[in-house]
Design a protein around this ligand. Sequence first.
Ligand SMILES: [Zn+2]
Length: 295
Amino acid sequence: MHLRIFSAIVIFTICYFHSYSQQKIKHVILIGVDGMGAYVFKKTHLPVMQSMMKNGSWSLEARSVLPSSSAANWASMNMGAGPELHGFTTWGSKTPDMPSRILDEYGMFPSIAGLLRKSRPLSEIGFIYEWDGIGYLFPKAAVNKDLNCDGDIAITNAVVDYIENKKPDFLFVHLHDVDSVGHNAGHDTPEYYAAVERTDAHIGKILKSIARAGIEDETLVLVTADHGGVKKGHGGTSMEEMQIPWIVIGPGIRKNHKIQESIMTFDTAATIAAVLKLNAPQVWIGRPVTSIFRN
Ligand SMILES: [Zn+2]
């Protein structure tokens, strides 16, 4: 009898702490590395992202939507659906090329930023991005911080400053160096890997700022990319272009866990919505990647 009561208490305690750690996530930092194909992890040493993989859950088989181009994929990542539904179909779409299936109160296809603002009006929401094309892909009226600056060093400094001063509930970060070098020197070149290594160091600085802000134990960090690349371009169907990394760390997230489930870039929005307890709209086709959660 006593043993039964003891077992019940142990089970309750384990369950309580597992769900408690997930409930502790109050901040989500989504870092998008433009043009970083998943294959880079087999080609070079990336201490920060590799340590995130050890301390979190990851896949190197996540996929871009077609075409494997920038705007189509950044939109999908934030909007929980593919180009067929949100309508941003090309590399540089500034408005939907076909009508969005539905519009939210901001006159755009529903996105994480819009859902969070509606659900919790006092949230601190930021978008800090190197490529100005990102500026057309989120509802500006829903965000507190909308910053487009030149170069990933400036981006990183702005992100560090913002995290430490504002402790955002949701922050989208866009880093561009890797894509630029891919287009100029070529993907899968020494110059390209040097850019990926620089980017890894930038991500390290961002992680340290989260710790300095004192929110490390309540922050989920997700690193992914819009697409990879081949030769000096992307947009096609090769796996070098289509396969992107997807790495997540945070309280309640399984460690050293290779995700077996299929992940599409629109699942990123669905996963973030689940973490932030936002109701995903019916029009979204993304599904949360639930295997990342402990218990
Ligand atoms: Zn891109």
